[in-house]
Design a protein around this ligand. Structure first.
Ligand SMILES: [Zn+2]
Length: 402
């Protein structure tokens, strides 16, 4: 085989592996469509990759028919996804098929400290690995999602004041020191966007926006299949768009940010006189149970968030807006007024209506994105003929990478 033919073959192998890595598992027909390669080329390369132990074939059903999915081999390694929320910590272990093999959530106190939270996360990673009979050596990397913008270069928060006590913490270094694996840190809404676009509700779309309506509000922007983070990682920070000139001062220092209108505190406050002291979780549960007061608060939040999202949608022109976070657990209570507020404001086009849909991965979107970030950032070397297991040397910490 000539040099150019062999490098073309290698490029095609890499393209197939990247595509499988992104979506977790595809049929050979889907692989041909996604890569633009011919069915014969896909078939040849998949055979080679099977022979080298890089991929597996899993039998499943697609649209009622038996289908064979090409997935990356489990022995390529495990990835860890960690979501640090305002009130909880979630850790999952997954493999290169995007399949979760262990999953655990712990509650966190309000304004939890970075050192104890990262300690608990590291311990939980080791515990989950033991639970599935694996060790840290099998982990290719650790992805961490946090509810604040992250500097891609350093893996530190890029905006002060949003997570109390975390401003000076080099999150990636701290975790890499504890577990000696590469660590990637990103904003939770960006991770939700990554997961929903790779394996969730936006997987059929090229351009999408993920809205995370939770204790605070954020958005992740996907352009041409890639998350757009912006220069300082603050792209899509819709929670800090000013909406009320007479409003309260926000954690970020501005007056009347969207978060001061639809954040957890703003949602429970107007219910105090009629409903007593509720948590955000209570409000969501009661809205789902048909309580009109709690539903009203969520509906109003949907309209307010929708108005801001419509401006983002005008700037980005996505095909689809995916809505996740705790408030989205109320389904159409939140979604209907949000959809209405968005569609009333965006420029209607003749090509396709802007879809506004719930997150397919539900509350797991962010942690699945943390897992996906690791898979995306890890190179599987398919230029070698055989898959060789090597985990030499302690890995250096890095930022969001990619
Ligand atoms: Zn703000």
């Amino acid at each position: 085989m000539s040099g150019s033919q062999s490098s073309l073959r290698e490029a095609n192998r890499a393209l197939i592996v990247e595509t499988v890595k992104r979506h977790g598992g595809l049929t050979q027909v889907e692989l041909a469509a996604a890569t633009g390669l011919s069915a014969a080329t896909v078939s040849t390369i998949v055979k080679e990759l099977l022979g080298g132990g890089f991929v597996d074939i899993q039998v499943t059903t697609r649209s009622g028919r038996r289908a064979q999915l090409v997935t990356l081999a489990r022995r390529v390694g495990l990835a860890v996804g960690i979501q640090v929320g305002h009130r909880h910590l979630r850790v999952v272990l997954g493999d290169f098929t995007h399949e979760v093999v262990a999953d655990q959530t712990l509650p966190l106190p309000t304004d939890h400290r970075s050192d104890t939270t990262l300690d608990r996360a590291a311990l939980l990673v080791i515990e989950l690995l033991e639970r599935v009979g694996s060790s840290i050596d099998e982990v290719v990397g650790i992805g961490i999602g946090v509810p604040a913008p992250v500097d891609e270069g350093t893996g530190m928060l890029s905006v002060r004041g949003l997570m109390r006590g975390w401003d000076e913490v080099h999150i990636a270094h701290v975790m890499a020191k504890r577990l000696a694996r590469p660590v990637y840190v990103d904003n939770d809404a960006n991770l939700g966007a990554l997961a929903e676009s790779a394996v969730g509700a936006a997987r059929e779309y090229r351009d999408s926006v993920y809205v995370r309506a939770s204790y605070g509000t954020g958005a992740g922007i996907v352009i041409n299949g890639n998350v757009h983070r912006g220069f300082a990682g603050t792209a899509g920070e819709i929670g800090h768009v000013p909406v009320d000139p007479q409003g309260d001062i926000c954690r970020c220092g501005s007056r009347g940010c969207l978060d001061t209108v639809v954040g957890a505190r703003a949602l429970v406050e107007p219910l105090r006189a009629s409903h007593g002291n509720l948590t955000l979780r209570d409000v969501v549960q009661r809205a789902n149970a048909g309580d009109p007061g709690c539903a009203q608060v969520i509906q109003d939040a949907g309209s307010s968030i929708g108005a801001v999202v419509s401006a983002l949608a005008m700037a980005v022109n996505p095909q689809c807006i995916v809505v996740g976070g705790e408030l989205a657990e109320t389904g159409e209570v939140l979604l209907a007024p949000m959809r209405d507020a968005i569609r009333r404001r965006v420029l209607l086009n003749q090509i396709a209506p802007l879809e506004v849909v719930p997150a397919e991965l539900g509350s797991a979107a962010e942690v699945m994105g943390a897992l996906g970030l690791v898979l995306q950032s890890t190179d599987v070397d398919v230029t070698r003929d055989e898959l060789v297991e090597d985990h030499d040397g302690p890995a250096l910490a890095s930022g969001a990478g990619g």
